[in-house]
Design a protein around this ligand. Structure first.
Ligand code: PLP
Length: 248
């Protein structure tokens, strides 16, 4: 295996153990920050004039990228459910998903809201019904408090091949200066993203790639939140998906 694929292999293994995301090295692209992963994924997926769904509010850069790529943005209101979790307006979401892919951050930037299980399952159901992709920017997905459960869209049955998940250590390990991020996607999309990448950034920095084999491998030491918070996060994330179907 080429030396530069080794971090991708390690990351893929760690994603399975920590998040229940079933990925091999062919599903992983290491990027200079998750920002580059987001732009690379959107460039590989979105064509001029395409309709793309964004939560409202949503990470400012997402809309800027979509405008730059010539996409038409449909906003779906972000609401709060009775338990305090984030949820989307399902009627607006269904109307919009008939027309194209969706992009959301989870936890949401700027509100910090975490999408609950009902929202994640509804997005999964609609994505399959209307045969569209969903991009989930999960940069903050280990900054959870009070035992809140996190639901990975890509781990829901039928979503592995329809989800692009963006992750990275910029927030949870305060490593934004390292400029490294991880995009997890179906292999055919990773290939398209590689094509974009080959004319933009080429690679994530080697020094940054080489911190990644240990990233997520030791959950308690890799968290910047308190040890008790990180332990409960790990437990929730892994126990929730213990029964999820896995790709063999
Ligand atoms: C939701 C979200 N996605 C992506 C980024 C980009 O992060 P980085 O490129 O450092 O991984 C940020 C940075 O603030 C963010 O808030």
């Amino acid at each position: 295996m080429p030396v530069m694929r080794m971090p991708a292999k390690a990351v893929a293994g760690n994603l399975g153990a920590t998040f229940g995301l079933n990925a091999g090295p062919e599903n992983v692209l290491l990027t200079p920050g998750s920002q580059a992963g987001l732009y690379t994924a959107l460039s590989a997926i979105v064509e001029q004039g395409d309709d793309v769904i964004l939560a409202d509010p949503e990470y400012l850069s997402s809309e800027r990228m979509l405008h730059y790529l010539g996409a038409r943005v449909t906003r779906v209101p972000l609401l709060r459910d009775p338990t305090g979790l984030a949820r989307l307006d399902f009627a607006a979401l269904e109307a919009a998903m008939k027309c194209g892919p969706a992009l959301l951050s989870n936890p949401n930037n700027p509100t910090g809201g975490i999408h609950g299980e009902e929202t994640i399952r509804t997005i999964a159901k609609l994505a399959q019904r209307y045969d569209v992709l969903v991009l989930v920017d999960q940069l903050y997905c280990r900054l959870l408090y009070g035992g809140t459960m996190f639901h990975h869209l890509a781990a829901v049955e039928g979503m592995e091949d329809r989800t692009v998940t963006l992750l990275g250590p910029s927030k949870t390990e305060s490593l934004s200066g390292y400029r490294v991020g991880v995009a997890v996607a179906p292999a055919h999309l990773v290939n398209r993203m590689e094509n974009v990448f080959s004319i933009s950034a080429l690679r994530a920095p080697a020094y940054a790639q080489h911190i990644l084999p240990r990233w997520l491998a030791t959950q308690t030491t890799s968290q910047t939140t308190s040890p008790s918070a990180s332990t409960s996060t790990t437990t929730c994330a892994t126990s929730r998906f213990a029964d999820s179907p896995r790709r063999s």
